[in-house]
Ligand binder design. Sequence first.
Ligand SMILES: [Zn+2]
Length: 177
Amino acid sequence: MGDTAAAQRLRLLQAEFVQPTRSGPGDGRTPTRAHSTAPINLGVLQQIQAAVQEVETHTRAAAPEAGPFTDPRAERVYDWARQQTAHLDAERQQAREALIYRQSMEHALTTGDTSVVRRQPCPACGCWGLFWREAQHKAVCVNRYCTDEQGLARTWTLAHLAQQYIAERNSAAARAT
Ligand SMILES: [Zn+2]
């Protein structure tokens, strides 16, 4: 997954659920929602606005000299955040990337793509058996031996999975140089 994934997914969300142009059958990516009766999905619109707001708040907390994000294209917020914080230390840049990666997974899940969770190894047992449990808004490990102190299947937040992914990507990059 490249660094532009979050922006592309946010743009897809807008195209699929926010712009009131869709009619007739979909293109196959989201067959269950192609016939949505509401022309504009306010829930998704609010999710996009909340995502932009979160990135802006996070960026301005780390880099107070950054002005407000004013670009009308919501998906540009990720590039903007990277530009405003490019001079900060590695730890803060890693926190920014973890936030962007978490939002990228959230955007994918909203479009019904749960593969973003299956592509992460379980942080406890390392298996590739995570699946998404929408009611809990968490990823659950399918390994029956991977349980917590109460004997329940281990669950992980998207934030935790995103931090793990970015930390491992950074250490892999450090080893390669
Ligand atoms: Zn596990």
